[in-house]
Write a protein that binds this ligand. Structure first.
Ligand code: ADP
Ligand code: MG
Length: 701
C-alpha cells in the first residue's frame, strides 16, 4: 500500500478521527502516522518482587495474590484497600472510584499481574487504580512486552483517542503498510554502519520487543534522519559550487600589498593568516564564495574583512561592508577611514541618516566606480543603490540580517549578472553540531586565537545588595583613568518597564557619580540616531567616563580604554548576549572586569548561565552551554533554517550520531558525487523524495 495515502485508509480511522489527528498532531498520511513516534514506553518486560521496590521505582509490574480486602470509610464515600503479597513481602492496591464494582470482581488468593505507578505511605508501597490481569489471562495473550506511549493533546483524549486507541491504530497501520515501507539504504551501507533494516526499525520503534532492539531501532532512525539532512546540505553545497559562477580575484595587487607592508598596524595572528588564505583560495576558483567567518569578540575579524576588500579593489571591483546598527557602521567607517587615510582608496558611509546631498554623491560615486568601499547599515540594501561592479559584500554580525535581505544583495551589482562574493562575519560562536546542521552548505572559517597581549576579563557575580561596593570599585577604576559601561536589559525596546529601569538606574548613577567630576553618556534605542552618535562619540573620545546603555552597545563597539562592564539584572540576559557584552571590555592593555549584578532569586538556568560566564571566556564553550539550555530552536538563525524539525534525533543529545551521519554522507558523495551507482540507488530515490517535499532547499539561504 502506498504510504502517501491519507490515514483514513487505515482500519479504525474514521474521517472524523483523521481530521482530529491532522488538526492536533499534523498527521495526514500513513507515512506521517508511521513517523509519529512514541515519546516513552511502558516497559512490561521487567517483573519486580515486592522487596525490590523502592522509593524511586516509577511504574512497575508485580506478580502476586490478593490476601485481604477492606473498605475504608473516608470523608466522602469510601476507598477500597487490597493487601497484595508475593513470596518476598506485601504492598497495597487502592481504589477510590468504582469501589463496589471492583470489590465484587477481585479474586482472593489467585495470582495477578499488576502494573502501575508506585506511591509510598509509612514505608509501605501502594498502587492506586493498578492495571491488573489474572496471570492465566496474561499468559494467553501474545502482547508486545513494551508498550508505546504516544504524544497526545487534551482534545484528542476528550474525543476518545486514548493511548490505547492510538496503539491499536498503529498496529493496524503497521499491518496494512508494512510491505510498502521502502528501505533507503543498500545492504552494504547498512552493514558498514551497523544499521537495522528500516521495516524492523519502524516496527520496533512502535512495538519494541525489548530495550536492546529499541535502542537499535532508535539509532537507525536517528542516523537516517541526520544523514539525509547532511546529504541535502552537502549536495546543495556541491551544486552551488558548480553552478553559481563567481568573480575570480586572481591578482594580489598594489592596494593589498601596499597596505599589508606599510599600513598594517600590527602583525596578523596565525589564525588571521590562515583564514585569509582560506578566503583567498575561495576567491580564485571561479565559484561564488559563501563563507561564514567566525571569531570570538575581539579576535580581529575586521582587519581580515578589510584585507579581503582590498583584494576586491585590486581586481577592479567594489566592496561593501554592512553592519546591523548605525553606531557599529559608523565605528567601522571611522576605523577603516583611519587605516586607509594614506591610500588612494575612497570610502563612504551610508546609513538612514545620511543627508540627501551626500546620498546623491554616494550614488554617483558607486555608479561611476570611483567609490571603492561603501560601509553602512541596512540602508545599503534598501536604498536604490547600484554599484558599478560589486565584487564583495561583507556582512558583520549576521544574525540581524535576514536571509531575504542577503539575497537582495545579489541584485546590487549591475555587472554580468554574477553575484558578489559574500563573507558573513559573526562573533556568535556557533556550536559545531549546530553549524553542521544549519550552515552545512556554507563554508566556515574560524579565527580561534586572540591577538597577543590580551588579558582575560575577570568576571564576578554580585547580588544587588553589593551595589555600593561595586560603585566604589568603579570609582577606583575611573580614578585610574579607565572608563566603564553599565548596561541594562531592554529586552524589547518598547517595554515601558525596562525603560523605566534604565532611567531609574541612570538617575541613581548620576547621584552617585555627580558632575562635574564625573561625566556620563547614555545611549538607548528610543534616542534619535544623531543623539546616540553624539553620546557614543563622547565616550569614544574619553570625555565621559561612564556609559549607561541598553544592549544597543552589544555588538562591535570598540573602546579599548573601557575596562569595566557592569551588567544590571544580568539574570535576564541570554548567555550569548552576556558574552557579547563582556567582549566590549578587555580590548586594551589593562586588566578588565565584568560584574554581573542580579537579584537574590535566580532560576536554575540563570544560575547555570552566571556560573558559565564566571568560569569561562571561551565563546565556543559558552555557545555549547547555551545550546543545551535553550535547545536548538532558540539559537540564532535556526528557526529560518527549517532543518531542525527533527522527528526523532536531537542535535544536542545525538551529536555523536550527527558526526557519524555527516561522515557517512561525505564519504558517499566523495565516492559517487552524482549518486548514480546501483549501490546508491535507494539513497538517491529517498533524496529525491525529500527534495520534493521538505522545502529544505528553499529555506536555506
Ligand atoms: P572583532 O573580531 O570582535 O570584530 P575587531 O576586528 O574589532 O574584533 O578587533 C578587535 C581589536 O583588536 C581591534 O582594536 C583591532 O585593531 C585589534 N586587532 C585585530 N587584529 C590584531 C592583531 N593581529 N594584533 C593586535 N591587535 C589586533
Ligand atoms: Mg567586529
Amino acid at each position: 500500500m502506498n504510504l502517501n495515502q491519507p490515514i483514513t485508509y487505515i482500519k479504525g480511522v474514521s474521517v472524523a478521527r483523521a481530521e482530529l489527528l491532522y488538526s492536533e498532531l499534523g498527521v495526514r498520511t500513513c507515512n506521517d502516522l508511521l513517523h509519529l513516534f512514541p515519546y516513552r514506553y511502558i516497559d512490561k518486560t521487567q517483573f519486580y518482587t515486592i522487596n525490590q521496590l523502592h522509593q524511586n521505582s516509577a511504574e512497575v509490574q508485580v506478580v502476586g495474590k490478593i490476601i485481604a480486602i477492606k473498605t475504608v470509610k473516608q470523608k466522602r464515600g469510601s476507598r477500597l484497600v487490597a493487601t497484595f503479597a508475593d513470596a518476598t513481602g506485601q504492598m497495597e492496591l487502592v481504589w477510590f472510584k468504582g469501589v463496589k464494582w471492583i470489590k465484587d470482581s477481585l479474586k482472593i488468593n489467585v495470582p495477578y499481574v499488576v502494573y502501575g505507578k508506585l506511591n509510598w505511605f509509612n514505608n509501605v508501597a501502594n498502587m492506586a487504580h493498578p492495571e491488573m490481569e489474572l496471570v492465566s489471562e496474561y499468559k494467553k495473550k501474545l502482547q508486545s512486552a513494551m508498550q508505546p506511549v504516544y504524544p497526545s493533546t487534551e482534545k484528542l483524549s476528550n474525543k476518545g483517542i486514548s493511548n490505547k486507541v492510538m496503539r491499536s491504530m498503529m498496529q493496524n497501520l503497521l499491518q496494512q503498510t508494512f510491505e510498502g515501507i521502502q528501505e533507503s539504504f543498500s545492504p552494504l551501507f547498512k552493514k558498514d554502519y551497523q544499521l537495522l533494516d528500516k521495516r524492523e526499525s519502524l516496527l520496533n520503534i512502535h512495538f519494541p520487543k525489548n530495550q536492546e532492539i529499541l535502542a537499535k531501532a532508535q539509532y537507525r532512525l536517528k542516523f537516517e534522519e541526520l544523514f539525509f539532512i547532511q546529504l541535502q546540505l552537502l549536495v546543495k553545497k556541491l551544486i552551488n559550487k558548480s553552478k553559481i559562477k563567481g568573480f575570480v580575484f586572481e591578482n594580489v595587487g598594489e592596494y593589498f600589498n601596499d597596505f599589508y607592508q606599510n599600513h598594517l598596524p600590527f602583525d596578523l595572528t596565525n589564525a588571521q593568516k590562515r583564514v585569509l588564505k582560506e578566503i583567498r583560495k575561495d576567491l580564485g576558483n571561479g565559484a561564488q564564495m559563501n563563507r561564514l567567518l567566525q571569531g570570538d569578540v575581539g579576535s580581529g575579524k575586521t582587519i581580515v574583512g578589510l584585507l579581503v576588500m582590498l583584494l576586491a579593489i585590486d581586481n577592479g571591483f567594489q566592496a561593501t561592508l554592512m553592519a546591523p546598527t548605525e553606531i557599529l557602521a559608523t565605528q567601522h567607517y571611522n576605523g577603516i577611514q583611519e587605516l586607509l587615510k594614506d591610500t588612494a582608496i575612497n570610502v563612504e558611509l551610508l546609513t538612514g541618516s545620511t543627508k540627501t546631498k551626500k546620498r546623491r554623491e554616494i550614488h554617483e560615486g558607486l555608479e561611476a566606480g570611483t567609490l571603492h568601499i561603501l560601509i553602512g547599515t541596512h540602508a545599503i540594501i534598501e536604498d536604490k543603490v547600484q554599484f558599478k561592479r560589486l565584487g564583495l559584500a561583507i556582512i558583520d554580525e549576521q544574525h540581524r540580517f535576514g536571509v531575504a535581505q542577503r539575497s537582495k544583495l545579489w541584485n546590487k551589482s549591475s555587472e554580468e549578472g554574477v553575484p558578489p562574493h559574500v563573507l558573513v562575519m559573526t562573533a556568535t560562536p556557533i556550536p559545531r553540531t549546530l553549524a553542521m546542521s544549519v550552515y552545512g552548505d556554507l563554508d566556515i572559517s574560524v579565527i580561534d586565537e586572540l591577538p597577543p597581549g590580551r588579558k582575560e576579563v575577570k568576571t564576578v557575580h554580585r547580588y544587588d545588595s553589593h551595589r555600593l561596593g561595586v560603585f566604589k570599585f568603579l570609582k577606583d577604576e575611573i580614578e585610574k583613568g579607565r572608563q566603564v559601561y553599565v548596561v541594562y536589559p531592554l529586552i524589547q525596546e518598547s517595554e515601558a518597564m525596562d525603560y523605566k529601569d534604565l532611567m531609574d538606574g541612570y538617575e541613581s548613577i548620576s547621584r552617585e557619580f555627580p558632575l562635574p567630576k564625573y561625566q556620563i553618556s547614555i545611549v538607548h534605542g528610543k534616542m534619535k540616531a544623531a543623539d546616540k552618535e553624539y553620546e557614543m562619540e563622547r565616550f569614544v573620545r574619553g570625555e565621559t567616563q561612564i556609559m549607561v546603555a541598553t544592549t544597543v552597545i552589544e555588538v562591535g563597539v570598540n573602546v579599548p580604554n573601557a575596562s569595566v562592564m557592569v551588567i544590571e539584572s544580568s539574570e535576564r540576559f541570554g548567555l550569548s548576549q552576556l558574552h557579547q557584552l563582556r567582549g566590549r571590555v578587555g580590548r586594551g592593555a589593562d586588566q578588565s572586569y565584568c560584574i554581573l549584578l542580579t537579584s537574590f532569586e535566580l532560576s536554575s538556568d540563570a544560575k547555570t548561565r552566571l556560573k558559565t560566564m564566571v568560569e569561562t571566556s571561551d565563546g565556543f564553550k559558552i555557545a555549547e552551554v547555551d545550546l543545551k539550555l535553550r535547545g536548538p530552536g532558540n539559537i540564532m538563525g535556526t528557526q529560518q533554517s527549517g532543518v531542525l524539525n527533527l522527528k526523532i534525533a536531537d542535535i544536542v543529545k545525538d551529536s555523536p550520531i550527527l558526526f557519524q551521519a555527516r561522515q557517512a554522507a561525505i564519504k558517499l558523495l566523495n565516492d559517487d558525487p552524482s549518486l548514480s551507482s546501483d549501490e546508491n540507488s535507494l539513497v538517491l530515490k529517498r533524496l529525491t523524495q525529500l527534495q520534493r517535499t521538505s522545502g529544505i532547499w528553499s529555506n536555506i539561504s
